[in-house]
Design a protein around this ligand. Structure first.
Ligand SMILES: Cc1cc2nc3c(=O)[nH]c(=O)nc-3n(C[C@H](O)[C@H](O)[C@H](O)COP(=O)(O)O)c2cc1C
Length: 308
């Protein structure tokens, strides 16, 4: 049962040669077909970005893994997933059968981990790969790759040799100079950038005086990070005019998605808002479609895949 009726999209976008029927996707780790498919027709989204996929099944971090607040949440799920072989026979075929455009989020603890996943996805039905070099909740790999331009460059150069699929590199905000990291990813062969992943943060239980989540620190997402994430997108767009950018962070309305487009994003992904309201990504997409009606110049740029 789909709660939302289908919609005739008026404003598409092009990201690294792929055509999205609207500029809104789901953000990695916040979409599950079995849960979200009951609320809306997932093929109607601009793109579905999956949870991080690793070479073998990962259990993730111990519980408790999340701490919620009024405008943010901290999570340390730790890339729990059933592994790439399971993904290839289960989730990916089901998403493609529904007609969704799929971005597969790739996770690893080492260069070899990432390479194994990318090699297995190279001939798959995935439309794009999003390389997560920015997860703050895993001990090796993850964010440590995305904060060092030399290490990042080595990894992306190698992955580039393994696939012709459009490769998005997902950047971490937990760096001193985002522009330096963005240049390293693009020079090494990234076709697009998505930013941002979560910011390192924590919450403390005032009754015990101890951290709420077992991992102690985790990644902050939700409306509180919106102005921060927006500025990251803007800074990278100013520095690199011609790379497609997917803006992520705190989006819970069409207006906020529109701010990302004005900051220089070609598309956006909706994350934590979907954990509060599962229909949020579809609602944001519809609100943005309406807002673009009265902004024909911006809509035309998106439709041509232009950056600015
Ligand atoms: C519970 C949870 C799990 C996540 N898992 C992943 C993941 O597997 N891979 C990834 O690249 N980002 C992951 N993220 C980060 C989101 O995709 C997104 O970048 C971040 O939450 C900021 O967007 P938001 O404020 O809209 O949530 C996760 C976020 C949350 C809240």
């Amino acid at each position: 049962m789909n709660v939302l009726e289908p919609h005739e999209w008026r404003h598409k976008t092009i990201v690294a040669g792929t055509e999205w029927k609207n500029p809104v996707g789901t953000a990695s780790g916040t979409f599950q077909l079995d849960a979200c498919g009951d609320y809306y027709d997932v093929s109607q989204m601009g793109a579905i970005c999956t949870k991080g996929v690793s070479p073998v099944p990962w259990e993730g971090n111990p519980s408790p893994r999340t701490a919620e607040g009024p405008s943010s949440m901290v999570n340390a799920v730790g890339l729990q997933n059933p592994g790439v072989d399971h993904y290839l026979v289960d989730e990916l075929p089901r998403l493609k059968k529904l007609g969704a455009m799929v971005i597969t989020n790739v996770a690893g603890h080492s260069d070899e981990d990432y390479a194994q996943v990318v090699e297995k996805l190279a001939d798959s039905e995935a439309d794009m790969l999003e390389i997560n070099v920015s997860c703050p909740n895993v001990s090796h790999g993850g964010m440590s790759v995305g904060t060092d331009p030399v290490v990042l460059s080595r990894l992306i150069k190698h992955l580039r040799t393994l696939t012709d699929k459009p490769m998005i590199v997902k950047l971490s905000p937990n760096v001193t100079d985002i522009v330096q990291i963005a240049h390293a990813a693009v020079d090494a062969g990234a076709d697009a950038l998505s930013l941002i992943n979560t910011l390192v943060g924590m919450r403390i239980d005032i009754n015990t005086g101890k951290p709420i989540i077992a991992n102690r620190t985790g990644g902050v997402s939700g409306p509180a990070i919106f102005p921060i994430a927006l500025s990251f997108v803007w800074r990278v767009r100013q520095a690199i005019p011609d790379i497609p950018i997917i803006g992520i962070g705190g989006i819970d309305s069409g207006e906020k998605a529109l701010e990302y487009l004005y900051a220089g994003a070609n598309a956006v992904e909706v994350g934590a808002a979907a954990l509060v309201d599962p229909t949020a990504p579809m609602r944001v997409a519809r609100e943005l479609d309406d807002l673009l009606d009265s902004r024909p110049e911006l809509a035309a740029k998106l439709a041509k895949g232009q950056t600015w």
